[in-house]
Write a protein that binds this ligand. Structure first.
Ligand SMILES: NC(=O)C[C@H]([NH3+])C(=O)NS(=O)(=O)OC[C@H]1O[C@@H](n2cnc3c(N)ncnc32)[C@H](O)[C@@H]1O
Ligand SMILES: [Mg+2]
Length: 429
């Protein structure tokens, strides 16, 4: 065998064929005078066995875990080997001999986060990254197949979208203070007057003070905005999009979902239409389940978890009271105390993955609400301009991609959904 092939392909070959693979030593052990070297690459693992007759027997006995190697030999059946086949090792070239690899079975979660730059090599992390890859690709697929233009918005901004409490201030080059973006929404609302339907996938930043399983300080945010669309229309977009992504992962990442031990039964149910319940109904359900909550309260992770147990697929929670949502949400003309807003909650206890709804399109209504919320219209000067020049009904949403991957992959904590998480307690490595 001259050129190395992916391990996944090597395992498909017939026993007796010569094969060459390359990658990193996943496991190594001696049994008597035999050296067993399991090699890992991005597609999987394969065992190779070296005997004293093998040309590279001494290399196979001295090579260390995570050394980079090129292994060649003859393929043979062995039901005890991963994938049911192994390489009868002939040659093992050590490309980079690894120092003592610090990650062992018994290390703590915190240590694994401290060495995330090495822990990303694990089979679990590799599986999550492949699911993440599919989810991001399916999102782009759906938006582009449905007439949405991908746009890019600034990361340095001058105003809060989701409240000042979670703004990250940044000392700008001219010594002024600007902020890291919390959401590209306002820029998307400007761009619908050019492209009508737009989306962007970019980091958003929130100075979250609380340590929870679903909050990052830097998260990947897929946001969309569409002109001429109301609340019902944007909910249909959201359920089609999320269903397309889940279907894509079920089609392309069965192996990874299995490696993660993910029960995919609930994911198989994800298809439109998703149930829609009002905020009023949600409060009723929560009170009937004994939670101490009143109409007008915001819903936190605990309340959302209880609600998700009522459904076996994602569901919309719509019609939040004005005071629990940001200022830009349009008030329901027939019931001004509530807004034409909606969150999408993922089942199995995961909760909110999307926030969105219809925006206020009338200038006078928006100025009045900005003032009612104690904000300064001057801080929203250019955002208000959008209502002065041909305003249109429009709606949009923001999908937390890390929360989406956390749910689809069945992860316990959002930090396991992306390679280098940023939380209130971590900005290293
Ligand atoms: N274009 C829009 O309409 C988006 C809107 N301005 C917005 O930012 N809504 S949101 O605050 O609910 O955030 C949207 C989603 O963004 C996710 N999100 C929001 N904050 C976080 C944090 N801190 N960590 C991880 N994920 C987060 C979560 O899934 C939310 O549902
Ligand atoms: Mg939200």
């Amino acid at each position: 065998a001259t050129n190395p092939i992916p391990i996944r392909e090597a395992l498909k070959l017939q026993p007796g064929q010569e094969v060459k693979v390359r990658g990193w030593v996943y496991r190594r052990r001696d049994l008597g005078d035999k050296a067993f070297v399991v090699v890992r690459d991005s597609t999987g693992i394969i065992q190779s066995v070296f005997t004293p007759e093998s040309k590279s027997h001494s290399e196979a006995r001295r090579v260390t875990v995570e050394s980079s190697v090129i292994v060649s030999g003859k393929l043979r059946e062995d039901p005890r080997a991963p994938g049911g086949k192994e390489i009868q090792g002939e040659e093992l070239v050590i490309v980079g001999l690894a120092e003592n690899f610090p990650i062992r079975r018994d290390v703590s979660r915190e240590f694994l986060l401290d060495v995330r730059h090495l822990a990303v090599r694990s089979r679990k992390m590799t599986a999550v990254l492949k699911i993440r890859h599919t989810a991001f690709g399916a999102l782009h697929e759906w938006f582009r197949e449905n007439g949405y233009y991908e746009v890019q918005c600034p990361m340095f901004v001058s105003a809060a979208v989701e409240g000042g409490a979670t703004l990250f201030p940044v000392k700008y080059v001219d010594e002024s203070t600007v902020y890291l973006t919390q959401s590209s929404q306002f820029y998307l609302e400007a761009l619908i007057y050019s492209l009508e339907k737009v989306y962007t996938v970019a980091p958003s930043f929130r100075a979250e003070k609380s340590r929870t399983r679903r909050h990052l300080t830097e998260f990947w945010h897929a946001e969309a905005e569409a002109a001429w669309v109301g609340l019902d229309g944007i909910l249909r977009v959201e359920e089609e999009l999320v269903s397309h992504i889940v279907r894509g992962v079920l089609e392309r990442n069965r192996e990874e979902l299995a490696l993660l031990g993910r029960d995919t039964e609930k994911l198989e149910l994800v298809e439109p239409p998703f149930p829609r319940i009002s905020y009023d109904k949600a409060i009723e359900i929560l009170q009937s389940r004994g939670l101490n909550i009143s109409w007008g309260d915001d819903l936190g992770a605990d309340e959302e978890r209880v609600l998700t147990m009522e459904f076996d697929k994602p569901f919309f929670l719509y019609g939040f009271p004005e005071k629990v949502k940001a200022f830009y949400h349009k008030n329901d003309p027939s019931r001004p105390e509530v807004t034409l807003s909606a969150d999408l909650l993922a089942p199995e206890g995961y909760g909110e993955i999307i926030g969105g709804g219809e925006r206020i399109e009338r200038l006078d209504e928006l100025v009045a609400k900005i003032k009612r919320f104690g904000l300064n219209p001057e801080d929203y000067r250019w955002y208000l301009d959008l209502r002065k020049y041909g305003t249109v009904p429009h709606a949009g949403f923001g999908l937390g991609m890390d929360r989406l991957v956390m749910w689809i992959a069945g992860l316990e904590h959002i930090v396991d959904s992306l390679p280098f998480p940023r939380t209130v307690a971590r900005t290293y490595p």
